[in-house]
Design a protein around this ligand. Structure first.
Ligand SMILES: [Fe+2]
Ligand SMILES: [Fe+2]
Length: 319
């Protein structure tokens, strides 16, 4: 006999974190089309070719990672949910990953020529160190026999660690009062990723805490080893992107700091000695600054009632 099909009941919540996360994510809903990116054109025209190259290619890299999250990541995690509300939250996350992936194309179409856009996508689809990280994560998502906890680790590492070599650039410019609307998009993405990483990290911890000590240790060993593999690839990726600007060491500090945050989301101890104090203050300022464009919804008329977007602050980043 087949089991009955069960309707989702939001009046009987198994895990309050599902409901709280749904509410937070729907409250902070946004679309790329609402941000007046063309206001950044005068800043963009002042950049030299090396810096323009870095901006366009970090966004190429970020497009690839958000594509992976929207196409494979959430679909893979959805196989292992414990509650029906968790499925609903993952559905929301999956859609927003598509918004993130699309928003870089809005940036490209504003700042770059069609030939430049084509070059960025050719690069993204072939660049060795970028492809390495996407394929390492994808192979975990796509293995039907993979431990569900390892899939959650891969997702948190992607979102709370691997994005940050790319996020560095727009945050750096924001800290210098440049490309404010581009940075606005990145901050909206970062705010989403911070909720995603916290939520998936929480779901990881619930199952992890039920394991016996030897299973826990085994998984920890795998996790730190995997993080180290990703970091070593990320070092190469960062050199390749940033050596021409002289920012490489600063970016590496920033990504080690975020690697520790990914471990924290998973309830684990930090791997690297880097803390917020070691990160370039201009970039930390970019993260925590009140948005320069906080009234941007008023620029698109007053009919925009979908969500209440607040300025991001330190506590959003730290949740
Ligand atoms: Fe994303
Ligand atoms: Fe995400």
């Amino acid at each position: 006999m087949t089991e009955n099909y069960k309707a989702i009941n939001w009046n009987a919540i198994d895990d309050q974190i599902d409901k709280a996360t749904w509410e937070k994510l729907t409250e902070q809903f946004w679309l790329d089309t609402r941000i007046p990116l063309s206001n950044d054109l005068s800043d963009w025209r002042e950049l030299d070719d090396d810096h323009k190259w870095v901006v366009a290619h970090v966004f190429g890299g970020l497009t690839l990672l958000d594509t992976l999250q929207s196409q494979e990541g959430m679909a893979s995690l959805r196989h292992d949910v414990k509650t029906q509300h968790e499925t609903a939250v993952l559905n929301n996350i999956q859609f927003m990953e598509s918004v993130h992936a699309k928003s870089y194309s809005s940036i490209f179409s504003t700042l770059n020529t069609p030939d430049e856009i084509e070059e960025v996508f050719n690069w993204t689809d072939t660049e060795e160190f970028l492809q390495n990280k996407a394929i390492k994560i994808e192979s975990i998502y796509s293995d039907p026999l993979m431990d569900p906890l390892k899939k959650k680790i891969a997702s948190v590492f992607l979102e709370t660690f691997l994005f940050y070599s790319g996020f560095y650039t727009p945050l750096y410019y924001l800290g210098h009062n440049k490309l404010a609307n581009v940075a606005e998009i990145i901050k909206l993405i970062l705010r989403d990723e911070s909720v995603h990483g916290t939520y998936i990290g929480y779901k990881f911890q619930v199952s992890f805490n039920q394991l016996d000590d030897s299973k826990k240790q085994e998984l920890k060993d795998w996790m730190y080893d995997f993080l180290y593999q990703l970091y070593s690839n990320e070092e190469n990726y960062t050199h390749m992107l940033y050596d021409q600007t002289g920012w490489t060491e600063d970016v590496l500090t920033f990504i080690r700091y975020n690697a520790n945050k990914a471990l924290m989301n998973l309830g684990q101890d930090p791997l690297f000695p880097d803390t917020a104090e070691n990160v370039n203050p201009v970039v930390m300022n970019g993260i925590s600054t009140t948005t320069a464009n906080h009234d941007f919804f008023s620029q698109v008329g007053n009919g925009y009632l979908l969500g209440n977007v607040e300025a991001m602050n330190d506590s959003d980043y730290d949740i």
